[in-house]
Design a protein around this ligand. Sequence first.
Ligand SMILES: [Ca+2]
Ligand SMILES: [Ca+2]
Length: 368
Amino acid sequence: MRKLLSVLLAVLIVASVTVVSFSAAETGTATVTLKSVKGDTVTKTYAVGETFTTYTYLNASQINSGKIGSLDGTQYYTNSVLELAEEYDPVEGDVYDVETVFPVTKTATVASGHWTESEEKPGMGAVYYNATIASYSGFKFDADNKALIICKYKVKAAGTATVENAFTTLACSDYDLTRIVNKGVIVNDNFTSPVALSEPATPVVTGYTVSGTATSYKTNDGVNDVTLKLTGSDNNYTDTVIVTASYSGVKADTAYSFENVPAGEYTLSVEKGNHVTREYTVSVSADTVQNVKICPIGDADSNGRVNSADAKRTSQHANGQIDLKEIDPYQFACADTAAPKNRINSADAKAISQHANAQKSLWTVTAE
Ligand SMILES: [Ca+2]
Ligand SMILES: [Ca+2]
């Protein structure tokens, strides 16, 4: 009798193991669409059991230099298909790593976020996020680190799912607190919010790299910053990169780089103290190398030095012997050192000559 009982128990144990094994073998796929604040979408398919990460990026760099004063929003997800993969406390609702949700680049007071079931959208889960800062200094999203919200999901069943972002408010930190998004309505359209789904988490490419060497020259001590500004002609993109010139003799070849530049046409302006600002037209449809060169004020032959040869060349233009504008409009601009502007006469040649003879410097910037 005891032997029969133990056989029965063994059968029961085997049966229960079989049930667990059957459950684990569930298969299928989920088609997941992530929607940005502005309605852009990206769709990917995942197997049941897989995890993936959603990135919602914020590029507010065109508004108040990227400084944000407050934001408040929700990420909804189809909870019959998806569940949050990270551990969280549904009662306390605290996000464990708030820096992951708000990777702000400036010290900021970040308010609580919490994960819960959505009351606003039955059948959807929700991740709430909000942050405010009492002072007007705000916190800043820069071009390299502008992910607003990062969430990891797990596919728990086959089907179709959406993950969508809804901002309630997004406000600049200037004194007017001009709102970009107000009560769910995008008031100022001048920012972007690209979206991406990935697994495993990989850097998200929302554009291309524009990079190269910026050549400039030594003028006065402490004048080392080269400012490069890239501005879209057919989009709202704008970004500024400042690099510090490192000299080899009087010349500095300094690497620069813009990341995540959308395809399009751009103006790249290059500035440095005591140099003549120069603009380049850059067309971006892939990673692009654009080397640039700027010269000091008075350098009429683009060799980085201002001496008697530049005065002579400028004088030759003034006398009608050569046409600098035809040779190189930038050399014309470098030679055009004295009033009136956009015209070269003996006054320009004289100013360069005085600089070359150390009588009166054309380079008035002494430090930045
Ligand atoms: Ca020269
Ligand atoms: Ca002039």
